[in-house]
Design a protein around this ligand. Structure first.
Ligand code: SAM
Length: 221
């Protein structure tokens, strides 16, 4: 249950020195205003974080994962990469948490520039739709944590869930879809299916994917 993992009481209680020791120890990299900017929600085995780490080496990123064993695996994986590649993979970390409850405990208003929801659990039955990680209500929280211009990336192999995520985002006043040109120009879009373990599985099986990528905007007044 939730009582088995610690939850910071507010974003200023997130101890960055535990997650990113090298960033917090070497004086040339020290920047007290440094904040986590990317969040991979339901990060699974961490493939996306690992790909993003070298693409954005100065950006702090965190994976949020509910399963204890999976979280421990990702921690070990990152530590091993740090040992094998000195100076690299210092900007990624993972926490075990329930993202549907605790996003506001981790991120302050406008802090994030990217949020990822890649191959989330589909929760097919109508009575379980409230468990979906994208919903109108949760998008309010994500819009709070994302800065204006920040981007939310979603992808799934379940068409019905893809339609659902797209519809939730489309109808939300604080999000607008990226244009086709913007999607093409964004190197991160290509990683959505290629870098994650779930995406690789779907690709191996020749499955289709459905993505929705939206920008946090200022709502028209
Ligand atoms: N994003 C990864 C990928 O594409 O390979 C993993 C996808 S997996 C199908 C969904 C993940 O979300 C699982 O690892 C699950 O434990 C995690 N998850 C489900 N509900 C969650 C929640 N409320 N908070 C954090 N993680 C959650």
């Amino acid at each position: 249950s939730d009582s088995h993992f610690p939850v910071p009481t507010s974003p200023c209680h997130v101890d960055l020195s535990l997650h990113y020791p090298q960033f917090c120890s070497s004086s040339d990299q020290i920047d007290s205003s440094k904040k986590i900017q990317f969040a991979d929600i339901g990060c699974g085995f961490g493939g996306l974080l690992i790909s993003l780490s070298t693409l954005f080496p100065d950006t702090l990123m965190i994976g949020m994962e509910l399963r204890d064993k999976v979280t421990e695996y990702v921690k070990e994986r990152i530590l091993a990469l740090r040992v094998a590649n000195p100076g690299q993979y210092q900007n990624i970390s993972v926490v075990r948490t329930n993202s549907m409850k605790y996003i506001p405990n981790y991120f302050e208003k406008g802090q994030l520039s990217k949020m990822f929801f890649l191959f989330p659990d589909p929760h097919f039955k109508e009575k379980n739709h409230r468990r979906r990680v994208i919903s109108t209500h949760l998008l309010d929280e994500y819009a709070y944590a994302l800065g204006v211009g920040g981007i939310i990336y979603t992808i799934t192999d379940v068409e019905e869930l893809g339609d659902w995520m797209n519809a939730c985002l489309e109808s939300h006043p604080m999000f607008e879809a990226l244009t086709e040109e913007e999607l093409q120009a964004d190197p991160v879009v290509k990683l959505l299916s290629s870098a994650t373990e779930e995406g690789q599985k779907v690709a191996r099986n020749g499955g289709q994917t459905f993505q929705a990528v939206y920008r946090r905007i200022m709502p028209a007044t």
